[in-house]
Design a protein around this ligand. Structure first.
Ligand code: MG
Length: 254
């Protein structure tokens, strides 16, 4: 499959979808407190989507059973919300959320520490957040996807953490996962050329330990093999003539 470049009108739809995702994620992040069930967060996400006339991106995707992914501590991505899973003080909670609006997808993730968190946990979260910024800053017209991968990896590893290699960022548009893959490791100057109309979900998954992961028996939840903490941040980013534009920023819908 080839890389689908988007027109300005298509990017406008993706901007709308992205804002819905960001607005909901922001509200969900504020709900992450000790005692909340991860299924409560999922219910809230689905309920909020209704007011935006959007539909969930993950529900039913390859059989995923929920609207939101909630991955706690050693869980890296794709944690399935459930009533028996309560958030606790000190937890590192990653929320990954996507929606479809007018046929276009938005996808974003963030990680919150539930106070009080360890020094290592807060440094991990901050590093993951900043490595996403570094990846986005490396998304330049005429550059290569490997520039993004390399920027994320350098930032993470220079802080003594590891990138997770088994899961990658991706192109996004009329499908949740499109070409190209956007690994969180790689060499600058390699990979597909970054062109106007390219839209990428850039999503560093960062581990305090080795970054090796395994998938639990539920078929979804990816955890670190060494049990170390993990954090995850993601934005949907469009390459426009004016530069890289983050589509998953919160704000009023026009
Ligand atoms: Mg994604």
């Amino acid at each position: 499959m080839s890389i689908e470049l988007k027109s300005p009108a298509e990017i406008a739809s993706m901007r709308h979808a992205g804002k819905i995702v960001a607005n909901i994620l922001e509200k969900l992040a504020a709900l992450v407190k000790p005692g909340i069930r991860t299924s409560d967060l999922d219910d809230a996400a689905l309920e909020m989507l209704k007011s935006y006339e959007a539909r969930p991106a993950f529900l039913g995707y390859r059989g995923f059973p929920k609207t939101l992914c909630v991955s706690i501590n050693s869980e890296v991505v794709h944690g399935i919300p459930r009533p028996s899973r309560l958030v606790k003080s000190g937890d590192v909670v990653s929320l990954d959320f996507g929606c479809v609006w007018n046929g276009f997808y938005g996808d974003a993730a963030l990680t919150v520490g539930v106070a009080p968190v360890s020094r290592e946990a807060s440094r991990l979260i901050e590093t993951a957040r900043r490595s996403l910024d570094a990846g986005i800053a490396a998304m330049r017209l005429g550059g290569r996807v490997g520039d993004i991968s390399n920027a994320v990896q350098e930032d993470v590893e220079s802080n003594g953490f590891s990138v997770v290699r088994d899961f990658v960022g991706h192109g996004i548009g009329r499908a949740l996962h499109e070409e190209p893959q956007v690994p969180n490791f790689g060499k600058s100057g390699t990979g597909p050329r970054i062109e106007t109309g390219m839209v990428l979900a850039i999503e560093p998954m960062v581990a305090a330990g080795s970054g090796d992961v395994e998938v639990l028996a539920d078929g979804w939840t990816a955890v670190t093999r060494d049990g170390g903490l993990a954090a995850h941040f993601e934005h949907t980013v469009a390459m426009t003539d004016k530069g890289a534009e983050i589509l998953t920023l919160s704000g009023p819908l026009s």
